[in-house]
Ligand binder design. Sequence first.
Ligand SMILES: Cc1cc2nc3c(=O)[nH]c(=O)nc-3n(C[C@H](O)[C@H](O)[C@H](O)COP(=O)(O)OP(=O)(O)OC[C@H]3O[C@@H](n4cnc5c(N)ncnc54)[C@H](O)[C@@H]3O)c2cc1C
Length: 393
Amino acid sequence: MKVMKTNSAYDIAVCGGGIAGISAALAAAREGKKVILFEKQYMLGGLGTAGLVTIYLPLCDGFGHQVSFGIAEELLKLSITYGAEDRYPENWLDGKGERTQKDRRYEVQYNAQTFAILAEQLLIKNGVDIMYGSYVVDVEMTDRKIKSIYIENKSGRTEYTIRAVVDATGDCDIAWFSGAPTNTFKQGNVLAAWYYYANENGHKLQMLGASDIPDDEKTGKEEKPLINRRFTGLDGKELSEMMVLSHKTMLEHWLKKREADPNAVISTIATTPQIRMTRKLAGEYTLAHTEEHTYFQDSIGMVSNWKKRGPVYEVPFRTLYSKDVKNLIVAGRCTSVNETLWDVMRVIPCCAVTGQAAGTAAAMTDDFSTFDVAVLQSKLKQNGVVLHEKDLL
Ligand SMILES: Cc1cc2nc3c(=O)[nH]c(=O)nc-3n(C[C@H](O)[C@H](O)[C@H](O)COP(=O)(O)OP(=O)(O)OC[C@H]3O[C@@H](n4cnc5c(N)ncnc54)[C@H](O)[C@@H]3O)c2cc1C
């Protein structure tokens, strides 16, 4: 295949434009670096927009303390610039009401399409070059560093030479191409079929397809999977079959709904597979669900648990890289955590927290394993991130 070489020089390639990629690209560009973002679809936001997963889960611990800050909070506010679809957190944003265990958590439901456009404008305003329709398909290595990445789009195959790479593909594709250690979701994902429908009362998110409950959290009262098949999310044929099954499920569901509500129409379907956990990095540290309230000297920020009030996790910088590939850092669903914590770390605020750290770090070094994390932490703090639970008010 003929390979074109681009004349444009970039410091950082962010691969994937979901919440993690948006956060990483924004953070790196704000540090004055030349950033290019490759996204295989034609909109930003990944599962958070094209996947119709429009609930920005909590930035707080559920006991009234905000734990995720910086770009995680900036994007939540951006997502509701023109109003929330549901779950408006007035006790956080308008200062109405208490922020206690009984009150609403700091989360919101937003409009996917508006959020995608606003995120695009934000990145462009900050100088990020966005390349849509561009699938990252391979890398070239020298001396345990990624020297070039290869993308394919309407123009064919193009090589980009870069200094540092952020893997925000959600599937750890770049780590996989470069030979960094990864692991996959053993039990596989259930089918999901979230869609929007509209009727005379407006449009509404229909959530179809339960989340996978880790074995140690099962109560016996879990929602039954839609079908008796699981998906890895890493096989082209399987993903196409999954989309077809998902569409079929939506249609059947809507036809039933229409019997009771004749005005209901399907208004939006997802344009990306609704798959939760696929492949993640086996980084220098793997954070476990049991490590709630644990102090980590190299914390890059904190996340809470969307499933229950209380737990707070400091996220060690070491969960974002492997020394096997020196200039590669991951974010979002690719972060190195154990299987139980994966179900927590994969959600939107956590993707923004890890994305901001990955992008900021990529602006500062091309060797993450020898990098002085204190320099990164000081920059993150300057940009509003609180690193440790002991520093919460
Ligand atoms: C059914 C379902 C329900 C969920 N519910 C919620 C919820 O209510 N609230 C919540 O906060 N989270 C929820 N989540 C999880 C959450 O939406 C996602 O995990 C999160 O948005 C992931 O962000 P990300 O940036 O890490 O990955 P993604 O959103 O997957 O983004 C990765 C991006 O990279 C692109 N990409 C992938 N590979 C390549 C490549 N090789 N080259 C170029 N581009 C590439 C993709 O097109 C995509 O845009 C849910 C997930 C699912 C599936």
